[in-house]
Design a protein around this ligand. Sequence first.
Ligand SMILES: NC(=O)c1ccc[n+]([C@@H]2O[C@H](COP(=O)([O-])OP(=O)(O)OC[C@H]3O[C@@H](n4cnc5c(N)ncnc54)[C@H](O)[C@@H]3O)[C@@H](O)[C@H]2O)c1
Length: 273
Amino acid sequence: MKVEDQSTQPGSGTGVAQYPELAGRVAVVTGAARGMGACFALGLANQGVHVIGVDLDQDVLQKSFDTARQEGRLASNGTGSLTAMRCDVSRRDELFKVAAEAKARFGRLDIWINNAGVFIQAPIAGVTPEEVERTFGVNVDGVIFGAQAAAGAMQGGGVIINMASVAAFRVRRGRPVYSASKAAVHSLTQSLAVELGDQGIRVNGVAPGFIDTEMTNWVKENPEAMAKALSTVPLGRIGTPEQVFNALLFLVSDSASYISGQTLGVDGGSRHG
Ligand SMILES: NC(=O)c1ccc[n+]([C@@H]2O[C@H](COP(=O)([O-])OP(=O)(O)OC[C@H]3O[C@@H](n4cnc5c(N)ncnc54)[C@H](O)[C@@H]3O)[C@@H](O)[C@H]2O)c1
């Protein structure tokens, strides 16, 4: 499979915008062990942000951060840092522990990225109660209680980003539960922007299309499914986590200081494809 060349590392190479105001700020990124979450955590750290990355398996997460350091992908001359912490985002108490850890360790919390998510391909006829509970537990409860934990810990403002999906806007056969969970995320982004605006907290969403992560391996491994997926992308190619990061970085930065309640598609045009 051909993936568009992305020789630059998130936040450290040419072609990636630099936002000096982010240096010294503190962020939480959920689902940071791999895929887009790993890219966001590293990219923010390379902007000078202290990042607490959380995921279900702390060992895998720690290894991913250690490897980034060993391979020189984390700028050694910057102020940024990567800390790994175990957290199941479907558990409210665990999310609150993460927010408390950010405050205890760094004295502040500025950015919270609700990225962790699970995909389920299951037509309505066969989907089980367990699958529905898990999908909504991670994708929706995780955003609700992630935002609650974040807003409680932020002082004098902050930024929350929710990972939606093109599936929130453009339904396709076989994924009603996933689409509904991401439509809920889109709706939550709007409501949270309204409710948290008076605390100076901006809430925005990012809605990726077809992105090259482990979540989409099942498509990439099947030539027929791959051709079908690409036929829905006007730009005709799969996206990379770095391309999604570039959009997220703008929304997190002060350049987006008057943007709240928006969900930005990063989907090669798929919302209309
Ligand atoms: N890859 C795509 O094409 C695509 C498209 C649209 C939206 N998204 C969304 O983007 C986000 C990131 O997707 P990705 O492709 O990087 O996925 P991924 O499956 O590669 O990574 C998801 C990460 O979330 C973690 N996670 C899952 N359940 C968790 C839980 N309960 N608590 C803590 N961590 C948990 C996983 O361990 C994993 O590290 C998700 O919300 C996903 O729904 C992805």
